[in-house]
Ligand binder design. Structure first.
Ligand SMILES: Nc1ncnc2c1ncn2[C@@H]1O[C@H](COP(=O)(O)OP(=O)(O)O)[C@@H](O)[C@H]1O
Ligand SMILES: [Mg+2]
Length: 457
């Protein structure tokens, strides 16, 4: 009988362990909220001082404190860890603020991040500088990039799109006012078009003019036609569209100039050098130009095409150079973007401040995107596995970089968003000839209005 009970107990605990392991793998967020979080908090509270000591983050106590400890207790005077703020649990991890002791800097804590992660049994620890003397530890409970769920609350303003999730579980916000132009690089099937799709769906709900150049005959961007103000699906169409955009940019500069010269008595705050300073009624809507597979614009077969290519590249460079103040922004996507593309390629690349590098086939491609930003970012991009499409390394020219992944958004959902927001597309008369063809939406067969009655006589 006792044997039976023991076996039953053993079986029960094994099932519990197996169940926990399954939930941890299949539903990491649920596991974190129910098991991971309490365990990590308990570990953190129990081992805070000793862990900080082991990481070399403690300091000698002040003389007053040492005297007080000696006077009130008979314990030896021990080094003190940084003062800890309240523990704030989140759905993906927990946050904690530390007040640095004199002589410590955020880099000291960041250097111990890996040790802290092991001590407290979490997936990763990130350190953020909050204000002088205070850092925030962000503990992430599980790999949030494996199954991306965007944070529910993201405060995104105009021309800002929370487009992907960072590895520290915060949203990566594509902010066109801060970073006007961006280069999105990656091998084929690495998730570039998914990035564009997320971005486009996010911008669709804002009063922004969306323009696309997709030389893959429009297979990526044509489904968004209802919301696009212009779409070029081959290099010939692109060659017609780009000069129109350049002309639009020049017109906008004329508008700003006219405003500057209004009257000698114009108050200082009304003098502006970009469209954002114009009064709302006069301000033209910002334009975002998406270019998928940019190399297609550069490749030429004949001498005549070469002329056209040079013109297009010059126009793209001009848009990148002068577009920001006129509210024209570029989002350029490609597999490689090096000098081998020909004249003007490196110059255009240098204008694209934001860099997103998906999985690449060789280090040289990663260097094209991130080489001029940070060498570690290049290694991180080369280490992206093929099983995780959409994973990318994002850098900006300030030298910072992080790993991000876009949420999965099906083409049908993105297209539906574009159909629903079609009425939000601002009117730009110059772009009317480039309006893509929008096939009529088939009306669903709703059946006969009244059911036929059977006649019996
Ligand atoms: N974030 C993501 N999550 C899940 N699947 C993704 C993600 N990004 C891309 N994919 C999938 O990977 C494949 C390639 O993506 P795509 O964006 O077309 O790559 P590219 O444009 O670089 O060739 C598609 O089947 C897409 O569904
Ligand atoms: Mg693509």
């Amino acid at each position: 009988m006792t044997d039976l009970v023991t076996w039953a107990e053993l079986g029960g605990s094994l099932a519990a362990i197996g169940g926990a392991a399954y939930v941890r793998h299949a539903h990491p967020a649920a596991y974190w909220s129910t098991v991971g979080l309490p365990v990590s908090v308990a570990r953190l509270l129990a081992s805070y001082s000793s862990t900080m000591d082991a990481c070399g983050l403690t300091v000698e106590p002040s003389r007053w404190r040492a005297l007080a400890v000696r006077a009130t207790t008979r314990r030896e005077v021990r080094p003190v860890p940084p003062r800890r703020g309240m523990i704030r649990p989140t759905s993906t991890g927990l946050r904690l603020r530390l007040r640095l002791a004199p002589g410590q800097e955020p880099a000291d804590v960041a250097a111990s991040a890996e040790r802290l992660r092991h001590a407290w049994g979490v997936h990763a620890v990130y350190v953020r500088d909050v204000k002088p003397g205070v850092v925030e530890l962000r503990l992430v409970g599980f790999d949030v990039l494996r199954k991306v769920r965007m944070p529910r609350r993201t405060d995104a303003g105009p021309l800002q799109v929370p487009v992907a999730l960072r590895e520290d579980a915060t949203a990566f916000v594509r902010d066109y006012q801060a970073v006007p132009h961006e280069l999105v690089l990656g091998a084929t099937l690495s998730g570039k078009s998914m990035f564009l799709r997320n971005l486009l769906a996010g911008l669709a709900a804002q009063p922004v003019v969306l323009v696309g150049i997709d030389c893959k005959r429009g297979v990526e961007l044509a489904p968004f036609a209802p919301r696009l103000s212009a779409l070029a699906t081959d290099p010939e169409q692109a060659a017609e569209l780009l000069p129109v955009l350049v002309k639009e940019m020049e017109d906008r500069y004329d508008l700003i100039k006219a405003r500057q010269g209004i009257a000698p008595g114009t108050p200082d705050e009304e003098i502006t050098s970009d469209i954002w300073g114009l009064p709302e009624g006069e301000r033209p809507a910002p334009i975002v130009l998406f270019v998928d597979e940019v190399a297609e614009l550069f490749l030429v077969a004949t001498r005549k095409e070469e002329e056209r290519r040079d013109e297009m590249v010059t126009q793209l460079i001009r848009l990148a150079q002068l577009g920001r103040a006129a509210g024209i922004y570029l989002e350029v996507c490609g597999q490689r973007f090096g000098a081998e593309l020909g004249k003007g390629a490196t110059m255009l690349r240098a204008q694209l401040t934001g860099r997103v590098c998906h999985r690449v086939n060789d280090e040289a491609s990663a260097k094209m995107a991130l080489g001029d930003i940070a060498p570690e970012a290049v290694w991180a991009a080369c280490a992206i596995a093929a099983e995780l499409p959409g994973l990318a390394v994002v850098g900006d020219t300030s030298g910072g970089w992080s790993r991000i992944r876009t949420p999965y958004l099906s083409l049908a959902d993105a297209a539906a968003t574009c159909r629903d927001t079609a009425h939000l597309a601002p009117d730009v008369p110059a772009l009317t000839p480039f309006h893509p063809y929008v096939p009529p939406v088939p009306v669903k067969d709703s059946g006969p209005v009244a059911a036929p009655e059977t006649v019996t006589e």
